[in-house]
Design a protein around this ligand. Structure first.
Ligand code: HEC
Ligand code: HEC
Length: 309
C-alpha cells in the first residue's frame, strides 16, 4: 500500500471509514485466543462484526465522523456492567435484537447518536459477535494525525454528510419504522446533501448504477468508478476511495456500502423489505431499481466535487 501513487491512499483508516468492510488489524485475534475461545470463533465473530456492525461502530472514525460509539467503548461499558463473559454476551445480544432506552447503558451515546435501530440476527451469530467484542484487542480511535490533501478533504465531506443522513435516518426508523422512513428519505435526503453542499462549498451527491430516485443515476465517469470499486471489493474485500483532478478542483468517489439496516429498504423484496414498505417505495418511486441488495455491497457512491479553499 505504501507505494501507492497517491500517498494519501495509504491511509487505511480512511478506507475503512468509507468502505465499512475493511480489516485493519489481523493481529488482534491472536493475543486473545485461548481454549475456551478458539481462534476460529474469534475470527467468525470478527468477520460478522465487520459485516454487520462496523459501518456504524468503527474503530477508526475520528470523533466528529462517528455514527455510534467505537468498539472499545462498547467493550469498556459492557465489562463495567457485566464483568463475566456469559452475562456480557447475553446483555449485548439482547440489546441488538431489542434496543430500548430502558436497557441502554450508554446513555450519553443514546443522547448523542439516537437509539440504535433493532437488528435481527441469529442468536449464534450475535453470541460470536459479543464474544469478539468481549475479548477483542481494540485500539483507541486514532486521533486525526493532521493528514491533509484532497482525498482527506473529500473523505471529510462524505463522512460529515453520511453522519447527518445516518443520524436522521436512524431517528426516522425509530420513530415509525421503514414505511415512515421512506418518506424521510424521499423528502429529506436530497435536502440534507444539498444543504451540506452549500455549507461546505462543494457539490455533494449520492449516485448509483441502480438508482431509486432517477435523479441519482450515475453518469459515465461515475459508472466507471462504481465498477472499479466493486472490483476492488471482489478482489480485496474492501474498496478505497478515489480522487481525480477535475477542472479547477477535485472529484472524489467513495463507496457507499450496505449494512443490515439498509436492507429494510434496499434488500430482497418480500423478505428483507416488507410488503408495506415495498408499496410505499413503489408509490414514491415507480421506477425503483434499488432493491435486491445483500450485505456489504456497493449500493452507490459519493460523488463530490470541490475546489481547494
Ligand atoms: C446503523 C448503525 C448501527 C449499526 C449497524 C449497529 N449499531 Fe450498535 N449502536 C448504534 C448507535 C447509534 C448506538 C448508540 C446509542 C445506543 O446506545 O443505543 C449503538 C449502541 C450499541 C451498543 C450499546 C448499547 C447501550 O447499552 O447503550 C451495543 C452493545 C451495540 N450498539 C452493539 C452493536 C452490534 C453488536 C452491532 C452489530 C450486530 C451493532 N451494534 C450495529 C448504531 C448501530
Ligand atoms: C427507510 C428506507 C431506507 C433505508 C433504511 C435506506 N434507504 Fe437508501 N434510499 C431510500 C430512499 C427512499 C431513497 C431515495 C432518496 C431520494 O429520493 O433522494 C434512497 C436512496 C439511496 C441512495 C441514493 C441513490 C438512489 O438509489 O437514489 C443511496 C446511495 C442509498 N439510498 C444508500 C443507502 C444505504 C447505504 C443505506 C443503509 C445505510 C440506506 N440507503 C438505507 C430508502 C432507504
Amino acid at each position: 500500500m505504501t507505494e501507492s501513487v497517491f500517498p494519501f491512499l495509504s491511509i487505511a483508516a480512511l478506507t475503512i471509514l468509507l468502505g465499512g468492510c475493511g480489516d485493519s488489524d489481523n493481529s488482534s485475534t491472536e493475543t486473545v485466543a485461548n481454549d475456551a475461545h478458539p481462534e476460529q470463533l474469534m475470527v467468525a465473530g470478527k468477520e460478522k462484526f465487520t459485516a454487520y456492525c462496523m459501518s456504524c461502530h468503527n474503530e477508526q472514525s475520528p470523533e466528529d465522523a462517528r455514527l455510534a460509539p467505537p468498539p472499545l467503548a462498547l467493550q469498556e461499558h459492557y465489562k463495567e456492567a457485566y464483568a463475566e463473559e456469559p452475562a456480557f454476551i447475553e446483555a449485548m445480544s439482547d440489546f441488538v435484537v431489542h434496543p430500548s432506552k430502558e436497557k441502554a447503558i450508554m446513555l450519553q451515546a443514546v443522547e448523542k447518536f439516537g437509539l440504535m435501530p433493532a437488528m435481527g440476527y441469529a442468536e449464534e451469530e450475535l453470541n460470536q459477535i459479543a464474544s469478539y467484542i468481549y475479548h477483542g484487542n481494540f485500539s483507541k480511535p486514532n486521533e486525526s494525525k493532521g493528514e491533509s490533501g484532497p482525498l482527506q478533504t473529500g473523505q471529510e465531506l462524505a463522512m460529515s454528510t453520511k453522519r447527518i443522513l445516518g443520524k436522521n435516518l436512524m431517528a426516522a426508523l425509530n420513530e415509525g419504522g421503514p414505511v415512515h422512513a421512506v418518506d424521510f428519505c424521499n423528502t429529506k435526503a436530497i435536502h440534507f446533501t444539498d444543504s451540506m453542499s452549500t455549507a461546505m462549498n462543494a457539490r455533494i451527491q449520492r449516485v448509483s448504477d441502480r438508482p431509486r430516485n432517477p435523479n441519482n443515476r450515475a453518469n459515465e465517469a461515475e459508472l466507471e468508478a462504481i465498477e472499479h470499486l466493486k472490483q476492488q471489493i471482489a478482489d480485496a474485500g474492501q474498496a478505497r476511495p478515489m480522487i481525480r483532478a477535475e477542472g479547477d478542483g477535485y472529484r472524489f468517489y467513495g463507496p457507499i456500502n450496505t449494512n443490515a439496516m439498509c436492507l429494510q429498504c434496499h434488500g430482497e423484496v418480500g423478505s428483507d423489505v416488507t410488503p408495506e414498505t415495498t408499496q410505499k417505495i413503489k408509490e414514491r418511486y415507480p421506477n425503483d431499481e434499488a432493491t435486491g441488495y445483500g450485505l456489504n455491497q456497493v449500493r452507490g457512491i459519493w460523488s463530490i466535487y470541490f475546489e481547494p479553499a
